[in-house]
Ligand binder design. Structure first.
Ligand SMILES: [Zn+2]
Length: 512
């Protein structure tokens, strides 16, 4: 007999939208199954006209409070199974994952359909939204989302001025789509901006997105809506969010998405967006400013020593990045070229080719420390063995590698691990540190963020023994466990890697 399934997601339009692939997977597995979706009247309307929802039950009341009805829904005899795929119910399934990855992880069955959101406007809605949009004043129109309920973005009213200033040369119309009138709107208009408040129905934003010249969002409901399958893929879009967890950077098929996880990157990306709208090439990333030390990732000036015994490195308090401090202690001369290690090179090349969807017979390879290739050359594989560790500006470095990569190409990047057991146990005697020239020690989160911010989609990221093989991990283990028998070391080294404490990170990534 055909199964009857329930899906319950009450809170936030973005959360409801992000769970629509679950209905698609249930229908793909069992075309005859009956899907009832329980949601709130405030947010569930995004599911109207949905092809995979047989019955939509919208409950009144505070959406967060409606979670209290879940035990009763679970116990209903007319449902074979109830799914609660919203990210906020599934944090424990994949710690550290992005919200959309948590939704994906919520389903205890294999994914055979693409993980793509599905929102279907009626022809009537499309026509009404299209007519509203086309009646707007002429010129480039930028759809802007500024409302969010959680703490997913560092957006403040001042950011609206930054959008206006960065795009001023284009004289765009800024369309702030929001439930409430933006508090910064009058100030913006007084400064000569062309801007207006759009309070049209939420679903219409999908049609607005498809007609706009660019979109700036804060990873809230409209941003999620604009990742739906019916949304255009070529609209320039900028996501200003606090990091990987809230970001759409983990989703495939969003080639025009740029993400900014800090105010500094947001400003840089607005400059890039202005260039793109003018049809000009992307400007080079700005170099880190001079003056007191600032974090090269987020520009914060709140820096602590990374290790009490090693004053050469600082740790950014807000984002945790570890970097070499300027000054006499760290003035070690120019960074050396990354270590040449043929075996390591072969290993990374093989992993990159395995991750490549269709490398040619003779795949082209660009190595980051090599002399610059011709400007037009794009390679199947880019190898970066320690280059990111030594870059003055990691974003600019990765921008350059991105430009070297063919559209489906794979970057294999090996870089020093901030959480390496060797660094923690041996400090200045740790091999990669002692060799000098390390400007950055990466945490997993910082590496993931900087790859996302430079237009990469991450295919894999794991700890790796690094250029010295397992030597540093073995030396550290010898220090920590002097009495351990030699035969126990291999298993201990494996455990070090499994815990993310190898000397290096190995990241495989592809252009979004
Ligand atoms: Zn920082």
């Amino acid at each position: 007999m055909a199964k009857r399934y329930g899906i319950a997601v009450f809170r936030n339009k973005g959360d409801v939208i992000s769970c629509t692939p679950v209905a698609a997977q249930l229908k793909a597995d069992e075309p005859d199954c009956h899907v009832t979706w329980f949601s709130s009247t405030r947010h569930g309307t995004v599911l109207e006209n949905h092809p995979h929802v047989d019955e939509l039950v919208l409950l009144d009341g505070d959406p967060a409070g409606l979670d209290a009805t879940l035990p009763a829904l679970c116990a209903r005899a007319d449902l074979d199974e109830l799914f609660t795929p919203a990210a906020y119910h599934n944090y424990a399934r994949r710690p550290g994952a992005a919200i959309f990855e948590l939704v994906q992880a919520s389903l205890d069955r294999p994914w055979t359909v693409p993980f793509v959101f599905d929102v279907r406007l009626t022809g009537q809605e499309r026509a009404a939204a299209g007519a509203w949009w086309e009646a707007l004043p002429r010129g480039p129109r930028v759809l802007v989302e500024t409302e969010f309920l959680s703490d997913q973005s560092a957006w403040t009213d001042a950011c609206a001025s930054e959008v206006h200033e960065a795009l001023a040369g284009l004289d765009p119309l800024l369309v702030f789509s929001a439930g409430g009138r933006p508090p910064f709107l009058d100030a913006l208009l007084a400064r000569g901006a062309r801007a207006l408040w759009c309070d049209r129905p939420f679903r219409w934003n999908l049609e607005f997105f498809n007609r706009c010249d660019a979109f700036v969002g804060v990873s809230s409901g409209i941003s999620t809506l604009c990742c739906a399958s019916e949304a255009r893929r070529d609209v320039p879009r900028l996501e200003f969010t606090r990091g990987w967890h809230w970001s759409a950077a983990c989703l495939p098929g969003l080639p025009s998405l740029r993400v900014a996880y800090s105010r500094r990157r947001f400003r840089a990306e607005l400059v890039r967006l202005a260039a793109r709208l003018r049809g000009a090439p992307a400007p080079a990333a700005a170099c880190a400013p001079s003056g007191p030390p600032r974090c090269p990732l987020c520009e914060s000036g709140t820096i602590a020593y990374a290790r009490a015994s090693d004053a050469a490195y600082g740790r950014c308090v807000p984002c945790g990045h570890v970097f070499r401090l300027p000054g006499p202690v760290a003035d070690l001369g120019p960074p050396p070229a990354p270590a040449q290690d043929p075996a390591l090179r072969e290993e990374l090349l093989e992993l990159a080719l395995r991750a490549h969807p269709g490398p040619s017979q003779a795949p082209s390879v660009f190595e980051s420390h090599a002399a610059a290739a011709p400007a037009h050359a794009r390679s199947d594989v880019v190898l970066d063995l320690g280059g990111l560790d030594r870059a003055d500006d990691p974003h600019a470095w990765l921008d350059r590698l991105h430009e070297r990569l063919a559209p489906r190409g794979v970057l294999a990047c090996l870089c020093a691990n901030r959480d390496a057991l060797g660094w923690l146990a041996l400090g200045a005697d740790w091999g990669p540190r002692a060799a000098g020239g390390l400007r950055h020690l990466w945490s997993r989160d910082a590496l993931r963020a900087v790859l996302a911010e430079t237009g990469f989609r991450i295919l894999g990221l794991r700890a790796h023994p690094g250029p010295g093989g397992n030597a540093a991990a073995r030396a550290a283990l010898r220090t920590l466990r002097p009495d351990a028998p030699e035969t126990a070391l291999p298993a201990l080294v494996e455990a070090v890697l499994a815990e993310g404490r190898g000397d290096a990170w190995l990241a495989l990534a592809t252009p979004r």
